[in-house]
Ligand binder design. Structure first.
Ligand code: SMG
Ligand code: MG
Length: 377
């Protein structure tokens, strides 16, 4: 599905980068560890016609991915932003090609590309969802629930999210906190749409244990093995009746092609940051649709900037499973946009205004900024 229409080129005068530290409403624990503050980079693309916004979804430590915030800051300030600025005039669709000389650093590239796309679309008065080829005006909202103190606390947390209206629950698992946690949620809430995310915490040696999850009729198990374990995931997939979904492993459209060819995944989690940008994410969506593979939109605890962009992406027709697109309030008391995403009947609305369709709250942005640099030509 090609983009509805390429965006007009923009003249890039400057790129402003900020590191933000935003407190979470409650700690978020995965197999990697616990986060209490979201540290994220916000990108502003400055053009003569106005500004565009992007978000680099790295975390402060390289545990989910090899990328991390200070590393992204370094590559953005020294290589990526200067390379883009040297071009002066560029179309959003050219950004990834221009940055091709830098290997990896996909989250950093994705944030920069999003800022350029947003600037271009705001100048045209066109919405991001329309640009990507979205077909829905709202998307079903799933919630990712971190590992809690014990299964009873997990049941309490899940119950609160179900009461709020979330239509799908994902629980984080790790060795020692898998079968019992899942059993407790199934016992408490019956046949709710439920899936688990291991964040790479297991090896193929754990296949027998992971097969115990088959009895819970889960929508999927997300990323049980390591990022580069494509062959092991294919082997595991044959052992399980629970569909295997890949997250960390799908770092590009090429990786998605390889995973599908090998039978490593029956379902894909698509995150624009992880794959180098929203345009690459659309390519993966298109590939999955052609292959009959369901996809859903993952989350990286985005601020209102990335959350708006994710809602637009998830409104493409191949996103047939609910994504990790929760209300902003699931993570934040105060967001950096003036109208943070809210839950309405288990759904999040897809913004329709120009560009990302959200306005940055300058005071909130300022309040959370801990580092800032403006890079000019
Ligand atoms: O944004 O709702 C969200 C978070 C969803 O669980 C979530 N993300 O592996 O899918 C994932 C994690 C990655 C971030 S925490 C390590
Ligand atoms: Mg995941």
């Amino acid at each position: 599905m090609p983009l509805t229409r390429a965006a007009a080129p923009v003249t890039l005068d400057a790129v402003e980068l900020r590191v933000l530290q935003i407190p979470l409403v409650s700690p978020f624990t995965t197999s990697f560890g616990t986060e209490t503050v979201r540290e994220v980079i916000v990108v502003t693309a400055e053009t003569p016609d106005g500004r565009g916004w992007g978000e680099v979804v790295t975390q402060s430590e390289p545990s989910y991915s090899s990328e991390y915030t200070q590393g992204a800051w370094d590559v953005l300030t020294r290589f990526l932003a200067p390379t883009l600025l040297r071009r002066r005039t560029l179309a959003p669709e050219d950004v990834s090609g221009i940055l091709d000389g830098v290997v990896g650093h996909r989250m950093a590239k994705a944030g920069l590309e999003l800022a350029v796309i947003d600037a271009a679309l705001r100048a045209e008065g066109r919405g991001f969802a329309q640009y990507l080829g979205a077909e829905n005006d709202r998307v079903p909202s799933g919630v990712s629930v971190g590992i809690q103190r014990d299964p009873r606390a997990l049941v309490d947390a899940v119950g609160r999210y179900l009461d709020e209206g979330y239509v799908r629950i994902k629980i984080k698992i790790k060795p020692g906190r898998d079968v019992d946690d899942t059993a407790a949620v199934r016992a408490a809430f019956g046949g709710i749409p439920l899936q688990v995310d291991a964040n790479s915490a297991y090896t193929l040696q754990d296949a027998e244990l992971l097969a115990e999850l088959d009895r819970f009729d889960l929508l999927l198990i997300e990323q049980p093995l390591q990022e580069d374990d494509l062959v092991d995931h294919a082997t595991l997939a044959k052992r399980l009746s629970t569909p295997v979904c890949l997250d960390e492993s799908i770092v590009s459209d090429k990786a998605a092609a390889d995973a599908l060819a090998l039978g490593s995944a029956a379902i894909l989690n698509i995150k624009a940051g992880r794959v180098g940008g929203y345009l690459e994410a659309v390519a993966i969506h298109d590939r999955a649709v052609a292959a009959g593979i369901p996809v859903w939109c993952g989350g990286m605890l985005e601020t209102g900037i990335g959350r708006a962009a994710n809602a637009a992406l998830a409104a493409l027709p191949g996103f047939t499973l609910p994504g990790d697109i929760s209300a902003s309030a699931r993570f934040y008391d105060r967001d950096i946009v003036t109208e943070p995403a809210v839950l309405e009947d288990g759904h999040v609305r897809v913004p329709t205004g120009a560009g990302l369709g959200v306005e940055v709250d300058a005071a909130a942005l300022e309040a959370f900024t801990v580092r800032r640099e403006r890079i000019t030509r």
